[in-house]
Design a protein around this ligand. Structure first.
Ligand SMILES: [Zn+2]
Length: 195
C-alpha cells in the first residue's frame, strides 16, 4: 500500500501527533481524519473554514489536530447528536460538505463494524494496528458525502453580557439567572476547603 496521507500529513506523522494530542492511537481519530480529509478536499480551499461535528467523541479532536478550527476560537462547533458525521463549510458563502460514516458499508469490514458497534461477538478489542489497516483499506468506501448549505454560520459572534454574581462575586453569563449556577446549587462541584 502506498504511504497514505491524512489531510496532508503522512500517516506516521499523524499517528505521532494523535498520541501527543489525544493521548493514544485512536481508530476514531484515524477514521475522523479521513472523513475530514474528504470534506476539506470536496469543499476546496477557503480562508473562512468552519467545521461542525455531530458527536462529542473523536471527531472534535481530529478537527482540532488537523485544521485551524478549535472550540476555543469558535470555528469548530460540537453538537451532541451521537452521529459520526461532520460538515466543513465556508462561513461567508455558507456552502459546505457533510461527511458521515456509511452504515451500509460497515458489514464489509468486520473489525470496523465490531469497533463501531461495540459488538459483543468479539470478546477482545481488536488491536489498533489491525483496525487501522482495515480503515485504510476501506478508505473513502466508508464515507458518505453530500453538499449542504448552512442556515447560518454557527459561530456565536454576539457579545455575551456578563456581570458579577451577587453571592460569590465572580463574573458570569447574566442570562443564566440572578446568580451564577454554582451559587444556585447547580454547580458541578462541592465546596470543600478554602485555599
Ligand atoms: Zn456565584
Amino acid at each position: 500500500m502506498p504511504d497514505p496521507e491524512i489531510c496532508g500529513l503522512k500517516l506516521d506523522d499523524f499517528l505521532i501527533r494523535m498520541e501527543e494530542f489525544h493521548g493514544y492511537r485512536s481508530p476514531g481519530l484515524l477514521l475522523g481524519g479521513m472523513m475530514l480529509g474528504t470534506a476539506l478536499q470536496e469543499l476546496g480551499p477557503t480562508p473562512y473554514l468552519n467545521v461542525v461535528t455531530e458527536t462529542v467523541v473523536c471527531l472534535p479532536d481530529a478537527v482540532q489536530l488537523l485544521t485551524p478550527c478549535t472550540i476555543g476560537n469558535g470555528f469548530l462547533q460540537v453538537l451532541d447528536w451521537g452521529k459520526f458525521a461532520l460538515t466543513s463549510y465556508d462561513r461567508l458563502t455558507l456552502s459546505g460538505v457533510r461527511v458521515w460514516l456509511n452504515s451500509d458499508s460497515l458489514s464489509d469490514y468486520p473489525l470496523i463494524c465490531a469497533w463501531f458497534e461495540r459488538s459483543a461477538n468479539r470478546p477482545e478489542k481488536p488491536a489498533f494496528q489491525e483496525l487501522a489497516a482495515e480503515i485504510l483499506l476501506a478508505g473513502t468506501h466508508l464515507i458518505g458525502q453530500q453538499d449542504v448549505r448552512l442556515h447560518r454560520a454557527l459561530k456565536d459572534s454576539h457579545r455575551v453580557p456578563t456581570g458579577r454574581c451577587p453571592e460569590c462575586g465572580e463574573s458570569y453569563r447574566l442570562s443564566l439567572g440572578p446568580s451564577c449556577p454554582a451559587c444556585r446549587n447547580e454547580g458541578y462541584y462541592v465546596h470543600r476547603t478554602k485555599r
